[in-house]
Write a protein that binds this ligand. Structure first.
Ligand code: ADP
Ligand code: MG
Length: 404
């Protein structure tokens, strides 16, 4: 039997109408004789009754004194409510279905509450239900530690539940259903004419996801890539097939050659640029700065070092701590908060001349100042002020003709 994993995100389950669409996708695949494993997120977004952020607000969100273990118990409820609701709807239609929590489904994690990592999948229980001709609904975003505690997998965790289960069950494919028509060339909330990509490689999409494209979690893509498990990202609200993610990437007239220089544009906002210069040509400046960040577990990015200076970024939330740590070490750091990192991503840009020139051209035309830049063989990053971010995304999107 062919196994298919279908994952439905929060907005796909938030209203009765949305859930009707979900059922339509399930019924269609059942007719294709698939054995189905359905992974669900909590319903809706912040403010909706059972959404993850709403549950968090019950305990005062981040400032809660509640231990992480109990916080995870609360967070696990959203997906369970979603799974049981869907099960009820399927059973009303005489579709046999059973609900499993992440732990019951065999998702075994380490004990790091709030951001647990999957150690192992024990698929026997799911397999048993599938063999009994039942569809299995798994509460996403959660697992169980070795000692039996409930754990959650961090933001985007349901994507990871889906691909990890897909890999363990040797599924034919994992379909990620969401509220947009696939993986687009940029976030459609900012770039109105962003276009769905038909075929992309794991590497390209992983890169876009790491650079901020929130449509799929990078960890989920890594798991699929390691297992050579095809992924499809598509909309719950249409029959469009969306984006297929495999090893291959874009196809050009029958061949599998990647001729796309730029695949998409992604962004991360809320970062602070920190510049540290040495007073008296201190030779160990870089060592001191980055060791201090490491000891205080402050994640650093966008690092440029020169003999007398270190320039890098941290998240705005970490900036006050970073500054005080640097001051304690005798530095007088200069900071610029409220910046955004914009990434131009493309597996095919390696060795292609002129990409940076076009980026500079696009931003200069809009009077957008580049505060810092860096590049690798598949990404060019620029740091801009937050108020320039949307303009930068649109200008770059159009400069590389991604809407065509
Ligand atoms: P779900 O609840 O289904 O998991 P998410 O909110 O996690 O949905 O992801 C879907 C959202 O990701 C879209 O509504 C879109 O605004 C955003 N997004 C950001 N970048 C991209 C992109 N490159 N392609 C598609 N969607 C994107
Ligand atoms: Mg998501």
């Amino acid at each position: 039997m062919r196994i298919l994993v279908q994952k439905f995100g929060g907005t796909s389950l938030s209203t009765e109408r949305a859930r009707e669409h979900v059922i339509r996708h399930i019924e269609r695949e059942l007719k294709q004789d698939y054995q189905l494993v359905i992974v669900v997120s909590a319903m809706g977004r912040n403010g909706d009754p059972y959404a993850t952020d709403t549950l968090l607000s019950l305990i005062g969100a981040q400032n809660s004194t509640l231990p992480a273990r109990e916080r995870d118990l609360l967070l696990c409820c959203g997906e369970i409510i979603s799974a049981v609701t869907l099960c009820g709807l399927l059973r009303e239609r005489q579709i046999p279905a059973v609900v499993l929590t992440g732990g019951q489904a065999g998702i075994i994690t380490d004990g790091q509450y709030g951001n647990a990592r999957i150690l192992e999948i024990k698929p026997e229980r799911i397999q048993h239900h599938l063999d009994q001709q039942s569809l299995v609904i798994v509460a996403g975003f959660q697992g169980r530690s070795d000692s039996g505690e409930l754990t959650t997998l961090g933001r985007g965790g349901s994507d990871t539940s889906a691909t990890a289960l897909g890999a363990a069950l040797k599924a034919e494919r994992v379909d990620i259903y969401t509220d947009v028509n696939g993986i687009l060339t940029a976030d459609p909330r900012i770039v109105e004419n962003a276009k769905p990509l038909t075929n992309v490689s794991y590497a390209e999409i992983c890169n876009m996801a790491r650079q901020g494209a929130k449509v799929i979690h990078p960890r989920a893509v890594e798991i699929a890539q390691a297992a050579s498990l095809p992924l499809r990202v598509r909309s719950t609200f249409s029959e469009d097939e969306g984006t297929l993610v495999t090893h291959l990437g874009p196809k050009t007239s029958g061949s599998a050659v990647n001729d796309r220089h730029v695949t998409g544009i992604a962004h991360v906002s809320g970062v602070t640029q920190i510049s540290v210069t040495s007073k008296d040509n201190q030779s160990d400046l870089q060592l001191q700065v980055f060791q201090a960040m490491a000891i205080h577990r402050i994640s650093v990015d966008f690092i440029n070092v020169t003999p007398g200076a270190a320039v890098y970024t941290v998240f705005d939330d970490d900036a006050p701590k970073a500054v005080s740590v640097l001051q304690q070490s005798g530095f007088a750091p200069h900071t610029l908060s409220g910046c955004a990192k914009v990434s131009v991503i493309g597996g095919g840009m390696n060795g292609v001349p002129g990409i940076m020139a076009r980026i500079v051209e696009a931003l200069t035309e809009q009077d957008i100042q580049i505060l810092q830049s860096a590049d690798s063989n598949s990404t060019i990053w620029v740091l801009v002020r937050q108020q320039d971010m949307a303009g930068a995304l649109r200008a770059l999107h159009s400069k590389f003709s991604l809407h065509l």
